[in-house]
Design a protein around this ligand. Structure first.
Ligand code: IPD
Length: 294
């Protein structure tokens, strides 16, 4: 079958419809521990609902767009890496730990990448009924109507780390060099300046990479740093961030070109000048204690 060139607006509409359907499955879920299992350890969870949502989404997308690839968290096969082909990059439930605990901060994250570049993104949190969406070149929106970033971040210049509310994640790997790098960096970020720290205003861990990226896109967080998450966690949020004027770079110093499956990321919100975004990137990189290796 020959491949038509993608109609990005139409794809975005399809992904929004699927996000609402996924939301119904998520909100209808039974909070039972027998529905939950762990992958690598007790902090890395998967539920029957992650699989049910991915099954529904993959069968709909494969039916409607048989010529595009599908790359989803629950069917990930390391022998089939993400290629340049147009690909749906999907996390059925991002924030699975929140979902299992009923903490209302989980979402379905539906991305579409071409040449490994995030191009369409839809992120829906069914607990709060919050929908973020973007198509490359067409802006990013909250609930389809309010353009991102929200007005507040247009008027506030981006400050340094000491004026920033930032987001970091603990991840599920709790030992080894990446863990050491993270916790030493967290300490440096929070510590007083007299003691050599950056003393950020505060740090949040929202528990969902996609929702962290959307909060940076909205401008309600200034920055988000993570190592260890995957392409399906970031694809949709990445294009929403960029269309809102934010930037994505790598999670280690000097990684100005972030790779979609590079597994370490630093996102900065929109700012009045590109220079101040780059200054904040460099200030953040200089606080990293060690190096993330994924
Ligand atoms: C996880 C979340 C979490 C991040 C992890 C991800 P999941 O995704 O995005 O915020 O710290 O790295 O794996 O497992 O809930 O889909």
């Amino acid at each position: 079958m020959s491949m038509p060139s993608p109609d990005l607006d139409e794809i975005c509409g399809t992904l929004i419809d699927l996000a609402y359907r996924a939301g119904e499955i998520i909100m209808g879920a039974l909070p039972a521990t027998e529905n939950t299992g762990s992958k690598k350890n007790s902090a890395d969870l998967v539920t029957v609902y992650d699989r049910a949502v991915e099954d529904m989404i993959s069968s709909e997308l494969k039916d409607k767009y048989p010529y595009y690839q599908f790359y989803g968290e629950e069917t990930y096969d390391p022998a089939r890496p993400l290629t340049n082909a147009p690909t749906f990059v999907i996390d059925p439930i991002d924030g699975t730990v929140n979902f299992v605990h009923g903490f209302p901060h989980a979402c379905v994250s539906l991305g579409f990448a071409i040449n490994r570049v995030p191009t369409v993104g839809v992120v829906f949190n069914p607990f709060t009924k919050t929908l973020y969406s973007a198509v490359r070149g067409k802006g990013a929106f909250l609930n389809r109507t309010s353009q991102l970033p929200l007005k507040r971040s247009n008027v506030e210049p981006l400050g340094g780390l000491k004026d920033s509310l930032i987001s970091v994640e603990w991840g599920s790997e709790r030992t080894g060099r990446n863990w050491e790098t993270k916790i030493r960096t967290f300490e440096r970020l929070g510590q007083s300046q007299e003691n050599g720290g950056a003393m950020v205003r505060s740090m949040r861990s929202l528990g969902s990479a996609a929702l962290n990226l959307c909060a940076v896109a909205a401008g309600t967080l200034d920055l988000y740093w993570e190592g260890g998450c995957w392409a399906w966690d970031v694809c949709a949020g990445w294009i929403i961030l960029e269309e809102a004027g934010g930037i994505m770079v790598g999670g280690n110093p000097d990684e100005w070109e972030a790779e979609i499956d590079g597994r370490k990321y630093l996102a900065i919100r929109a700012a009045s000048s590109q220079r101040s975004q780059k200054e904040l990137v460099e200030e953040f990189w200089s606080t990293i204690q060690g190096r993330l290796e994924y």
